[in-house]
Design a protein around this ligand. Structure first.
Ligand SMILES: Nc1ncnc2c1ncn2[C@@H]1O[C@H](COP(=O)(O)OP(=O)(O)OP(=O)(O)O)[C@@H](O)[C@H]1O
Ligand SMILES: [Mg+2]
Length: 427
């Protein structure tokens, strides 16, 4: 069959190695981070030497290399220890047990991650498949007991890496106890080091003093990248991912500039942008990624980000956004609060009839609506007709939000999108 008969064969192919552009790819080299890597390496040094490990807390904005640098050092540490162990007598061999937990993975729907769930996660990382415990059904103290028993059956150093540790929430029992477990007497045979990683500054600020005291023994800040650093990172990635002729200097600098401006120096955003731009260029049959492809890709990513942030909203806010989506489609926005409330009430009745809980009052809804204004989804206009003319609010989507995004968010949330006709709605 010739290419002309195939519906999948593309005329042009710009991407040489797509896995290099994937989210979970760990680069072989961490660029532009020499200072931070020096500091971070010295946290791991005692482990390599078989001395008591240090605890550390890593923080910085999203996409600035915290996870990537940690994976990179972890791989190097494991390799170096293996090499060292081959050449030293038995009593000098270093035993390292490394447990990596992404605390985000324990958040499902309304079910928040807690110290308890992370402890369950640690137990299950250390046990074989048939022997794992479930995330419910144990008293918290039992879970901690099982965890310490499991840890104590190991030897040498146990390094627990808690990525996205802010997801652990207010219950910081584990963050307090784990680094001190040997002092407290929970374990005897091992030394425990904990590395916490977070992009949530409030979490860091609100850590209790006793946690700060132990976990934040060393604090490492990852600052945002500037456009030039993003270019360096992106150029290295493009070199592996794309064919040489697929991109030029302009591709790299525009992707970096946009990621710098719009995503406050996130390398993740820059890499996503490069990948989407390459796909768009391919779809357009262009053998070079050009600025219009990059701008289109940037719009696509922005669109997706808004959908994602709508998905994160609670039910009441989703209902309000759905009400506004229908009002918008019917040409009824900006709409007065009362009208939004009528539409919202209809939405609630459609979705909640089974649970039996009714809509919030207009005032109750207004509080949620104000939050949506604060988050930038909704724009409120203050109408003031002077003395005797009255004063009221009207609401509409802000410029970045469309009804389709709300619909996409419902579908991503596995909520059926029920069509509604609000044309006859009155104030
Ligand atoms: N210095 C760097 N050199 C090479 N690649 C990098 C560098 N920094 C970040 N990256 C890449 O950028 C992407 C995002 O980085 P990473 O996942 O480490 O961010 P993060 O700081 O952990 O963000 P978050 O707080 O959202 O988890 C990854 O694909 C990573 O490989
Ligand atoms: Mg990360």
């Amino acid at each position: 069959m010739s290419d002309a008969d195939s519906i999948f064969a593309d005329d042009v192919e710009l991407i040489k190695n797509a896995t290099v552009l994937e989210e979970d790819h760990t680069p072989k080299q961490i660029l532009c981070r020499d200072d931070v890597l020096d500091q971070y390496t010295s946290v791991f040094k005692p482990v390599y030497k078989g001395r008591p490990p240090q605890n550390a807390f890593l923080y910085g904005d999203t996409g600035v290399g915290k996870t990537a640098a940690t994976k990179y050092l972890r791989e190097n540490l494991e390799q170096d220890i293996e090499r060292k162990n081959e050449n030293v007598p038995k009593e000098e061999k270093v035993a390292l047990n490394l447990v990596w937990i992404n605390c985000e993975n324990f958040t499902t729907g309304d079910h928040k991650t807690s110290s308890y769930q992370v402890a369950v996660g640690i137990v299950n990382r250390l046990r074989n498949k048939g022997n794992r415990i479930t995330g419910t059904g144990y008293a918290p103290q039992d879970v901690y007991d099982i965890m310490y028993e499991e840890l104590n059956s190991l030897e040498g150093t146990v390094l627990v890496i808690l990525d996205e540790v802010d997801k652990i929430g207010d219950d910081d029992t584990l963050l307090y106890e784990l680094p001190r477990s040997r002092d407290i007497g929970y374990v005897e045979n091992i030394r425990v080091g904990v590395i916490g990683i977070s992009n949530d500054y409030t979490f860091r600020k609100n850590l209790s003093p006793k946690v700060k005291d132990s976990l934040c023994e060393t604090e490492i800040k990852f600052s945002a990248y500037d456009a030039e650093e993003l270019s360096d990172i992106l150029r290295a990635r493009a070199d592996k991912a794309l064919y040489d002729d697929a991109y030029d200097q302009e591709t790299i600098s525009l992707c970096s500039a946009l990621a710098y401006q719009e995503a406050s120096g996130s390398a993740r955003r820059a890499i996503r942008l490069l990948r989407r731009s390459a796909e768009i260029a391919e779809e357009n049959g262009s053998d070079l990624i050009r600025p219009p492809h990059i701008r289109q890709a940037d719009n696509d990513l922005e669109y997706g980000n808004i959908v994602e942030s709508i998905v994160d909203q609670d039910d009441e806010k989703l209902y309000i956004l759905k009400a506004l989506a229908h009002l918008d489609s019917a040409g009824l926005t900006p709409a007065r609060t009362r009208k939004v409330h009528t539409a919202y009430s209809q939405v609630v009745q459609t979705y909640k009839s089974e649970s039996g809980r009714g809509p919030l009052t207009q005032r109750g809804m207004f509080n949620h609506l104000s939050k949506l204004v604060m988050f930038g989804f909704v724009h409120t206009i203050d109408r003031n007709k002077g003395v005797g003319g009255g004063q009221w609010n009207e609401h509409e989507f802000s410029d970045d939000v469309t009804p389709q995004q709300v619909k996409d968010a419902f579908e991503n949330h596995n909520l059926e999108w029920i069509e509604m006709d609000l044309r006859g709605i009155h104030d």
